[in-house]
Design a protein around this ligand. Structure first.
Ligand code: NDP
Length: 449
C-alpha cells in the first residue's frame, strides 16, 4: 500500500497536464489532476481552438468579396453578426471542454475542480485547505498574458477577453507584433475594425524568416492596417466617451475604442508554492527542468508553457506523453525539439520549419536558397493582388533541405507535410524528383529554382 494519496498529482488540465494525467492513469498510476478554471487549458478555452474558428469566420469577408469574381452575386450589405460567431465558437469550446473532461475521467484519473498549490516535495494544498500527498507532482499550469507596466494599462484587454467582446471595435490598437498580435490583427481587420499594431522594436514576428515576415507586413499595410514601430507605451488615458488615447514614444498619440495587449506570455508560477519544495525558476519565472522534465526537486516535474521551452500545444502534449511513458510505461523517451513546424494564422497565414536563411548562414559553411514568388491562381481570378512566397534553405555542401518558409493561402496545411521531409533530412534533389501535383500551390515546393 502506497504511503501517498496518489502516485501522481497533476496541477493544471491543459494540453500537457491532460495528456500526462490520462496516459499515466492508463499505465496504471493512481492519478489526480487539479484544475482551477476549465479543463482544456489555454489551447482549448482561450487560445488555438477559438482563435482558429475566428480566423475561419473572419476569412469569409475576403471570400465573399472574391466570390463575385467567380460568378456569385453577393450583396453589398451582406450582414455579419459578431454575437452569432462568438457564441457558436464558445459552444464549440464547451463541446471540446466536455470531451477533455470525459477523456480524463474515462482514463481513471480523478479531476479536482480547485486551485492546487505546492506545499512540499510530495504535498499539495487545495483551495479549500485540504492537503493531498503524491509520490510525484507534475506542474502543467501554463502561462498568462504579460502586460507592460504603464499608467492606464488596466484599460486594455488581452486575448483572454477578446473572445468575449460585446461587439467588434471600430478602432483597435494591438500592442506587440508576435503571433497573437498578427493573428488578431487579421481577425479584427477582416471583421471591419481599423487596426493599428504597435511594437517596441522595428520588427514583426521575430524568429520567422525575414523575407516572409516582410511580405506579411507589406500585405497587411496594403490592406490598410497601420503600424507604429519603435514605440514604447507611455500611458493610456480613458476619455469620458470611453475612448482610449494611447501615448507612446516616437509617435503621436492614437485614439481608439479598444487596446489589446499581445506582448508575450509569462509562466504561471507566481504563488504556486514552488519555493516550499526547492523548485528553481529561471529569469523569466519558468520552471527549470532537465531532459526528463524533472525540476530541481526530485519528486516534482513540469511540462508545457510553464517551462517556457517552446510555447506550442503539440510540444506540451509530447512532453506530457513522454513524462507519463517514462515514469509509468517503462520507456525512456526524450522530446525532440529539432525541426518543429509552426504557423501564424494571420491573413494570409505564414509558416515555417527548420532554419531561417539568416540562421543557416550563421550556422552552416555554405547555403543555397531557392524561392518562388507567385500569385496563387485563385487570387489572380479574384483580382486580389496578394503574392505568395515560398523559400527553401539548403545546406550548400550536402544539398540537404534545412528549412522551408512560406506565406500564402493554406501554408500551415502545406508545411505540415513538408516538415516530414525536412525532419527526415531529404535533399533538394529528392524534392525535385517528386512529381508536381498540378494545379496546386504546394507544387511550387518541387519546382523551386
Ligand atoms: P510573442 O512572443 O509571439 O510576441 C510578443 C510581442 O510583444 C513581440 O512583438 C515583442 O516585441 C513584444 N513585447 C514583448 N514584451 C514586451 C514588453 N514588455 N513591452 C512591449 N512589447 C513587448 O508573444 P504572443 O503574446 O503573441 O504569443 C505568446 C506565445 O504563444 C507565442 O510565443 C507562441 O509560442 C504562442 N502562440 C502560438 C500561436 C500559434 O502557434 N499560431 C498563436 C498564439 C500564440 P519584440 O519581439 O519586437 O521584442
Amino acid at each position: 500500500m502506497s504511503d501517498f494519496d496518489y502516485d501522481l498529482f497533476v496541477i493544471g488540465a491543459g494540453s500537457g497536464g491532460t495528456r500526462a494525467a490520462r496516459v499515466s492513469a492508463a499505465h496504471g498510476a493512481k492519478v489526480a489532476v487539479a484544475e482551477e478554471y476549465r479543463v482544456g487549458g489555454t489551447c482549448v478555452i482561450r487560445g488555438c481552438v477559438p482563435k482558429k474558428l475566428l480566423v475561419y469566420g473572419a476569412h469569409f469577408a475576403e471570400d465573399l468579396r472574391d466570390a463575385r469574381h467567380f460568378g456569385w452575386d453577393v450583396p453589398d450589405d451582406c450582414a455579419f453578426s459578431w454575437p452569432r460567431l462568438r457564441d457558436n465558437v464558445m459552444k464549440e469550446v464547451d463541446r471540446i471542454n466536455t470531451a477533455y473532461t470525459t477523456t480524463i475521467e474515462s482514463s481513471g484519473a480523478e479531476i479536482i475542480h480547485q486551485r492546487a498549490t505546492v506545499s512540499g516535495p510530495n504535498e499539495v494544498t487545495l483551495a479549500d485547505g485540504t492537503r493531498k500527498t503524491a509520490r510525484t507532482i507534475l506542474i502543467a499550469v501554463g502561462a498568462h498574458p504579460s502586460i507592460p507596466e504603464c499608467p492606464g494599462h488596466e484599460h486594455g484587454i488581452t486575448s483572454n477577453e477578446a473572445f468575449h467582446l460585446d461587439s467588434v471595435p471600430k478602432r483597435i490598437l494591438i500592442a506587440g507584433a508576435g503571433y497573437i498580435a498578427n493573428e488578431f490583427a487579421g481577425i479584427f481587420h477582416q471583421l471591419g475594425a481599423h487596426v493599428i499594431l504597435m511594437n517596441r522594436t522595428k520588427e514583426i514576428l521575430r524568429g520567422y524568416d525575414l523575407q516572409i515576415r516582410d511580405r506579411l507586413l507589406q500585405i497587411s499595410m496594403m490592406k490598410g492596417l497601420e503600424f507604429r514601430f519603435d514605440a514604447a507605451f507611455q500611458g493610456i488615458d480613458k476619455g469620458e466617451d470611453g475612448c482610449l488615447t494611447v501615448h507612446m514614444s516616437n509617435h503621436e498619440p492614437v485614439t481608439v475604442d479598444l487596446v489589446m495587449f499581445a506582448t508575450g506570455r509569462k509562466p504561471n508560477t507566481y504563488g504556486l508554492g514552488l519555493e516550499t519544495a526547492g523548485v528553481e525558476l529561471d529569469d523569466h519565472g519558468a520552471i527549470k527542468v532537465d531532459d526528463d522534465n524533472r525540476s530541481t526537486c526530485a519528486s516534482i516535474y513540469a511540462v508545457g508553457d510553464v517551462t517556457n521551452r517552446i510555447q506550442l500545444t503539440p510540444i506540451a502534449i509530447r512532453e506530457g506523453q513522454a513524462f507519463a511513458d517514462n515514469m509509468y510505461g517503462g520507456k525512456s523517451t526524450k522530446v525532440d525539439y529539432d525541426c518543429v513546424p509552426s504557423a501564424v494564422f494571420s491573413h494570409p497565414p505564414l509558416a515555417g520549419v527548420g532554419m531561417t536563411e539568416a540562421e543557416a548562414r550563421q550556422k552552416l559553411g555554405s547555403v543555397k536558397v531557392y524561392s518562388s514568388d507567385f500569385r496563387p491562381m485563385k487570387n489572380v481570378l479574384a483580382g486580389r493582388d496578394e503574392r505568395a512566397l515560398y523559400k527553401m534553405v539548403c545546406d550548400g555542401e550536402t544539398d540537404r533541405v534545412v528549412g522551408i518558409h512560406m506565406i500564402g493561402p493554406d501554408v500551415p496545411e502545406i508545411i505540415q507535410s513538408a516538415a516530414v521531409a525536412v525532419k527526415a533530412g531529404l535533399t533538394k534533389a529528392q524534392f525535385d524528383a517528386t512529381v508536381a501535383l498540378h494545379p496546386t500551390m504546394a507544387e511550387e515546393l518541387v519546382l523551386l529554382k
